[in-house]
Design a protein around this ligand. Structure first.
Ligand code: PLP
Length: 384
């Protein structure tokens, strides 16, 4: 059965060009980049090139790029850097709709006695900028706000946020795991201190990430040991994956226009096709500020998990906006924070496209979905 992969916010296919760039790293260039010999030195030069490629994508200096193992590690490192370097500051601000990689860090700080402000969002998933302004205090160690939401694709106004946070002299961390490679941003113009990236969301392999650390920003390492990454992240560099990420960033630059236009067109086609064919369906998130590849759509009176199972039988991969919590299906924390009505939140599905998605695949989903939803509604326990 052909797989129609529309779950690219969960993870992406490794681009063939990335695989090709990585393969010689396992067989021919397997030296340790920190070694004194020329064999290792060659690898060091390849890592330097990859670092430049990442830096170019995001408007950073190469020395501001720290390679990590994933987005989660990058987020954790930013929190350690900001809190351990300012132990006297015991307040942190984040949002209710962050990925669990950041939510967990907020909860961990609360358990340590920190005061954490969890910013609200409105029904479209937008932040209240006045609430952010009011929350910042003299003892705020860090503001951590995601660039774009993984479930709804809603993009937060990071340039405005960065300006507000900088004016108060507070450190800012941005989880840009979903934004990077999908929308352009330029760190040479944005006063952000730390920014997290994950390779597997932009067609590099799983297990490689980046933490951007602005030159001069306070820093404490999360992983301690050797002096790799200029003393900012101990552990022998994962050279094959770093080279792969460098290639993926180069491709992301090449595909930016395509992502903005063609992928967005396909997403809009999917959205319009589903809304037209299925009554009682709504789109979640901020339609004006949204990642070009993401569609979070809710169908009244059905369960997301049931939709996913039926899609799965047809080879269609998507995700639902609910998670199984202690035996019952709970709408995700993101949809709950947005106040999406219960009857819709339960039936939320996320389709996330990529540069490899075709119109034929989108049309296949548009053709199959109405029957799936009608069939489930006919047996729905939610319906009157
Ligand atoms: N932050 C966001 C917004 C994400 O979507 C994800 C992954 O889904 C992560 C962080 C975690 O990234 P990783 O899987 O590389 O640890």
């Amino acid at each position: 059965m052909k797989v129609v992969y529309l779950d690219n916010n969960a993870t992406t296919m490794v681009a063939p060009e990335v695989v090709e760039a990585m393969l010689p790293m396992f067989s021919d260039y397997y030296g340790n980049a920190s070694s004194m010999h020329t064999f290792g030195g060659q690898v060091g030069s390849m890592l330097a090139k990859a670092r430049e490629s990442v830096a170019e994508l995001i408007g950073a200096h190469p020395e501001e790029v720290v390679f990590t193992s994933c987005g989660t590690e990058s987020d954790s490192t930013a929190f350690v850097a900001a809190t351990e370097s300012q132990p006297e500051k015991r307040h942190v601000i984040t949002t209710k709709v962050e990925h669990s990689a950041v939510l967990a860090l907020g909860h961990q700080l609360e358990a340590k006695g920190y005061d954490v402000t969890w910013l609200d969002v409105d029904e479209k998933g937008r932040l209240d900028m006045a609430q952010l302004a009011d929350s910042m205090r003299k003892d705020t160690a860090l503001v951590s706000i995601m660039y774009a939401n993984n479930e709804t694709g809603t993009i937060f106004p990071i340039p405005e946020i960065a300006q507000m946070v900088k004016e108060r002299g507070i450190l800012l961390h941005v989880d840009a795991v979903q934004a990077t490679g999908k929308i352009p941003y330029d760190l040479s113009k944005l006063p952000i201190d730390y920014l997290a990236i994950s390779g597997h969301k932009l067609h590099a392999p799983k297990g490689i990430g980046v933490l951007f650390v602005r030159r001069g920003a306070r820093f404490r390492p999360f992983l301690r040991g050797g002096h790799q990454e200029n003393g900012r992240r101990a552990g022998t560099e994962n050279s094959p994956y770093i080279v792969g990420l460098g290639k993926a960033c180069e491709l992301a630059r090449q595909y930016f226009d395509y992502e903005q236009q063609r992928v967005a067109e396909l997403r809009d086609r999917l959205q319009a096709g589903l809304l037209a064919a299925i009554p009682d369906s709504i789109v979640n998130g901020d339609l004006e500020h949204r990642l070009p590849n993401t569609l979070s759509i809710a169908f009244k009176y059905v369960e997301g998990e049931a939709i996913l199972l039926r899609l799965d039988r047809l080879g269609i991969c998507a995700s639902s906006g609910s998670a199984c919590t202690s035996g019952s299906l709970e709408p995700s924390h993101v949809l709950r924070a947005m106040g999406v009505p219960f009857t819709y939140a339960h039936g939320s599905i996320r389709f996330s496209l990529s540069r490899y998605t075709t119109q034929e695949e989108v049309d296949y989903v548009i053709k199959e979905m109405p029957g799936i939803i009608a069939g489930l509604r006919a047996i729905s326990p939610f319906r009157g």
